[in-house]
Design a protein around this ligand. Structure first.
Ligand code: DOR
Ligand code: ZN
Ligand code: ZN
Length: 406
């Protein structure tokens, strides 16, 4: 369909390369129907799903089983990051990129990420094996050993702010340095997920400047919140890696405006209200975001550079959220409006201002850390492969028939 729009942009369907849609096994937190409705409401037409499900997706068979569960439930097209089994890092050498375009390594453990690959010899094996098969590794780069040491210390009375802001910072920097060393040794293509600190951004940028094949992702959460928000709202903005201070957030925004980041991701990681109303230290890290990502980033972009030409700003958003991830992960037909590409399109009104409220949340978890935010920019309609899958005016969704991009 052709949509005439004077006050809106027609953008390529956005790609969110970092979601946890919780299928299989964790569908009390999120399921594919809800997750994909949240996605299209946020202008996202392609997602890449993470492997920390129950069971975890460590094998081609597990991905085939996951695709079978999704069948008939998805409004978006999707691809998978396969999980790297800590017991068999060498298996990466035989991974077919038709099975998965990338392999996820968790270098530290969390409630929902129990399969940790932190042993130096196993990491070395994994990077060598990935270099052989040509698969890209995507990393949750934190150092679990430091976590464990500092956990007990910062968990003492003395304040949440210190606990959350300081605990994993050093672990993240150490782990990113470790990734860069492994890339240097093996030449493995590596993408560091959800960078949270200024030091990590500086490290990866320096490695890029030295010609190493290492890239990074920024999340909407780390761009939208600071530790002051976490003090105010508690566990809802708790995620791993932690939300940090204003200085870090400013550095991450510089990496947006300078396009040093290769992708933006939501790290959509819903947990139930009950789980997130425990004490901060006892609540699982993670929050929803696939629906909020594009508008939250656009809101931040316009607020930080109000004088900037809107066409220039929207071009940056499209590079970071459409063509960038399509190129990095090799998603055929996605990320650009060109002849022969899939007609994945978003009608985006850049100047609409509106309030994001709990009633608009489409994730199954039913809450958002962005409730009460005044958003700039609104997704009016979303089309996937030429079919309308979302209309903000009526709240209607299309038929679920998203396909696995292999
Ligand atoms: O905050 C997080 N939530 N970090 C992770 O690494 C896992 C994720 C989740 O799955 O909940
Ligand atoms: Zn992670
Ligand atoms: Zn994640």
């Amino acid at each position: 369909p052709v949509v005439a729009a004077r006050d809106a942009y027609v953008l390529p369907g956005l790609i969110d390369p970092h979601v946890h849609f919780r299928t299989p096994g964790l569908t009390h937190k999120e399921d594919w129907g809800h997750g994909s409705r949240a996605a299209v409401a946020g202008g996202v037409t392609t997602v890449m799903d993470m492997p920390n499900t129950r069971p975890a997706s460590f094998t081609a068979k597990a991905l085939i089983d996951k695709a079978a569960l999704i069948e008939g439930r998805s409004l978006v097209d999707f691809a998978f990051h396969i999980g790297v089994d800590p017991e068999h890092p060498e298996a990466l050498a035989d991974l077919d990129t038709g099975t998965a375009r990338s392999a996820k390594i968790f270098m530290a453990g969390h409630h929902t990420a129990p399969a940790v690959l932190s042993d130096p010899a196993a990491l070395d094996t994994a990077f060598a094996a990935a270099a052989r098969s040509g698969v890209r590794v995507v990393l949750h780069a934190e150092d679990g050993g430091l976590f464990d040491l500092l956990d007990a210390w910062w968990g003492e009375p003395g304040g949440y702010r210190d606990y959350e802001a300081r605990r994993p910072r050093t672990g993240g920097i150490a782990a990113v340095a470790k990734v860069i060393e492994l890339v240097r040794r093996h030449g493995t293509a590596a993408h560091v997920l959800h960078l949270s600190s200024a030091e990590e951004a500086d490290l990866v940028c320096a490695a890029q400047a030295a010609g190493l094949p290492v890239t990074f992702e920024l999340t909407g959460h780390h761009l939208s919140f600071t530790d002051a928000d976490t003090c105010r709202v508690g566990a809802r903005t708790r995620l791993a890696p932690a939300i940090r201070g204003v200085r870090d957030q400013d550095r991450l925004w510089r990496a947006v405006f300078g396009e040093q980041a290769a992708t933006l991701g939501s790290d959509h990681a819903p947990h139930t209200v009950a789980e997130k109303t425990r004490s901060v230290a006892d609540s699982p890290p993670g929050l929803p975001g696939v629906q909020e990502l594009a508008t939250a980033v656009w809101t931040g972009m316009r607020r930080r550079a109000p004088e900037e030409d809107a066409d220039a700003a929207i071009g940056r958003l499209v590079r970071l959220m459409a063509s960038g991830p399509a190129d990095l992960f090799g998603l055929p037909g996605k990320g650009r409006i060109t002849p022969g590409a899939d007609a994945d399109l978003v009608l985006f009104a850049p100047d609409d201002t509106w309030m994001f409220s709990a009633a608009q949340v489409r994730s199954k978890c039913g809450w958002s850390a962005y409730e009460g935010w005044t958003m700039t920019g609104r997704v009016r309609r979303t089309f996937r492969r030429g079919e309308q899958v979302f209309d903000a005016a009526t709240g209607a969704y299309g038929a679920p028939d998203g396909a696995w991009l292999r």
